[in-house]
Design a protein around this ligand. Structure first.
Ligand code: SF4
Length: 253
């Protein structure tokens, strides 16, 4: 079986590692269940930052309050475009997003010098016989690579580990595309619960050759299993948060 998208990405790898059956529903069957409110908030936050950084790269400064207005417009437009599973009130989620945007504007934006935003990179992995693709949130003028995360609570060490592979992939894609620059890798995590009390975590990652070898091993394993049609259920605590829970449950009958 060929890869359904014709390439492999971190998001596909992560889905497969969490549960091969979930990968099957998402990428082979292409079922689009309602997204949860946290993912939706992340999408709107990223879309707002993308606009901000593009303006900054073009030499246009966005005035105070403009970014919040833009966030609210995107929130209202994008929520009409797909079904969302709301666990909290929509106003509460919008408020949390506004708090994230204000925190970003006041505390992070002044120190960021963007070079590329939402940069799509793709390289051929001859060792695995597959194309690897990724979209980098932000590359700054010092070539540091940043991925933004929005969430409810501070990330634990194990949560951090799950995103490590993502950053190893981004570093590899960047160096294969632009040369061996050894870019700094940063995770900028904004979290809030309740919405008014935004906190911030910044994590620097420094993968080495062993991590790179591990990346190739994981990609090889995932691609091989997908190609062989291996899609078993990995039933665990994650089923409780899985958007395919209902469909998956029906399969048991
Ligand atoms: S409900 Fe559980 S087993 Fe089924 S697809 Fe989701 S994570 Fe996998």
């Amino acid at each position: 079986m060929d890869l359904p998208r014709g390439y492999i990405s971190y998001s596909q790898i992560n889905t497969y590692q969490n549960c091969p059956q979930k990968y099957y529903f998402s990428y082979i069957e292409e079922i689009s269940p309602p997204v949860n409110e946290k993912i939706f908030l992340g999408v709107v936050f990223h879309a707002t930052l993308e606009h901000y950084f593009n303006q900054k790269i073009s030499g246009n400064e966005i005035k105070k309050q403009e970014l919040v207005t833009l966030f609210c417009e995107k929130f209202r437009t994008l929520r009409e475009e797909r079904e969302i599973f709301w666990d909290s009130s929509q106003a509460e989620i919008e408020d949390r997003g506004i708090s994230f945007i204000k925190y970003f504007e006041n505390n992070l934006a002044p120190g960021i010098t963007p070079l590329m935003v939402e940069k799509e990179l793709e390289v051929e992995l001859a060792e695995v016989g597959v194309r690897l693709k990724g979209i980098l949130d932000l590359v700054e003028q010092d070539f540091s690579i940043t991925d933004f995360k929005t969430t409810n609570a501070k990330w634990s060490g194990s949560r951090m580990k799950r995103s490590f592979l993502q950053m190893v992939i981004y570093k590899y894609l960047f160096e294969q595309s632009f040369g061996l620059i050894n870019p700094k890798l940063k995770l900028k995590i904004l979290y809030a619960n309740p919405s008014k009390n935004v906190k911030y975590q910044e994590v620097f990652l420094n993968p080495d050759d062993i991590d790179l070898k591990q990346m190739f091993k994981i990609i090889h394993y995932v691609v091989e299993n997908i190609s062989k049609g291996v899609f078993y259920k990995n039933e665990s605590y994650i089923c409780g948060f899985c958007e395919f829970n209902d469909i998956c449950h029906q399969l048991k009958k």
